[in-house]
Design a protein around this ligand. Structure first.
Ligand code: XIL
Length: 352
């Protein structure tokens, strides 16, 4: 058997531990051997760039594995660190998938952005159907954050401590934590996270907060309130799930600036740029422009810590399932070939 055949066999049977160690297989030629990977260009700009990573393709597809390893210097586990992924029963935690992604990232020098410690979605049914009292929920939240954030303490760059807590008016939305524990659940989660990992950047992460609007105003007030009351918060994640019409870039830059002025680290945490299918050259060009415009604003704002996308290949993206009729939202196509959006990001990193 030739070397490539051997290495493919090794890959297919490799364990999570071997995965993290690199498993000794060689990178395929072609699209995965760009002379200037985004990772290198971003390192030179002191920026972290990278995707959400899913467990199954990471373990099963060498093109997926090699693209992440070669192109990016930060990753976020897409689902593996959510409550439903780590805490299937009240007294049972499972870390197989979370550890595999974490170990892969650490082994290859990628920073890890944990996602997430408290959300009203992706929760196990024992939690959502438990009818727990306020005191019970406080204990449950603290135990979870201690166990999950504590496990990776010292080795994780940032945690999305609370995800999507606000509604469109900038007030706390209803959900298992708000309704069962009370309005101080956000502050408690941040306090528990600081105790569990004193070094990670503690981030509030949400969508539709990219520009100055009612929701980002509500967040701005919440952060100020936390700071005045000694609640630890270090960053904001602007998810950036947008489409090829883009956003108001002036308002975006102004919004970044006001959060930067609060002393926060800023993350573009989940960017994708969906388009109505089918993709055309014109739509792909418009998409490339949107990616470049957002990255340009990030490079202009020293408080920006990371530029992150929600996946990287159109082969694996949440968009077609969640926005019927839309897709092609990421920077590599379904065959792991770079799209115009990839080239636009590379050009922006080189010259922007
Ligand atoms: C999405 C994942 O991409 C999907 O695989 C999953 O089925 C649902 O969740 N905002 C977030 C992410 O903060 O956790 C969501 O991820 C996408 C929207």
């Amino acid at each position: 058997m030739d070397r490539r055949g051997q290495s493919r066999r090794n890959f297919l049977k490799c364990s999570a531990a071997a995965l993290a160690a690199g498993a000794g297989f060689t990178a395929p030629a072609t699209a995965l051997s760009h002379p200037h990977p985004l990772r290198k260009l971003a390192d030179e700009r002191n920026l972290r760039i990278g995707p959400a990573v899913a467990y199954n393709p990471l373990v099963n597809e060498r093109s997926y594995y090699h693209t992440v390893r070669h192109e990016f210097n930060i990753l976020t586990p897409e689902n593996a660190m959510k409550w439903a992924g780590t805490h299937p029963q009240q007294n049972q935690y499972t870390f197989t998938q979370a550890d595999a992604i974490f170990n892969f990232g650490v082994a290859h020098g990628l920073a890890i952005h944990g996602h997430n410690l408290c959300w009203q979605s992706a929760n196990p049914s024992w939690l959502t159907n438990g009818h727990f009292s306020r005191d019970q929920l406080i204990t449950i939240l603290q135990d979870h954050i201690n166990t999950v954030a504590g496990r990776y303490s010292g080795s994780i760059a940032a945690w999305d401590v609370v995800n999507e807590a606000l509604n469109g008016s900038g007030n706390l939305a209803s959900g298992v934590w708000h309704d069962g524990l009370g309005t101080d659940y956000v502050a408690l989660a941040f306090q528990f996270a600081r105790e569990a990992d004193p070094n990670a950047l503690l981030v509030y992460n949400d969508y539709s907060i990219e520009t100055v609007n009612a929701k980002s105003n509500g967040l701005y007030n919440m952060v100020q309130d936390f700071q005045q009351n000694g609640i630890p918060i270090d960053g904001v994640g602007f998810q950036m799930h947008i489409d090829i019409n883009g956003i108001n870039y002036a308002s975006f830059a102004q919004n970044l600036q006001r959060f930067a002025d609060l002393g926060l680290a800023l993350f573009i945490s989940e960017m994708d740029v969906r388009m109505p299918l089918p993709a055309t050259d014109a739509k792909l060009a418009a998409q490339a422009n949107v990616y470049a415009n957002i990255l340009a604003a990030v490079l202009n704002q020293p408080a920006c810590y990371a530029f992150q996308t929600w996946g990287f290949t159109d082969k694996y993206s949440w968009i077609p399932g969640s926005y019927p009729g839309y897709g092609a939202a990421l920077i590599f196509d379904e065959n792991y070939n770079p799209k115009p959006a990839y080239d636009a990001l590379a050009a922006e990193l080189m010259t922007g």
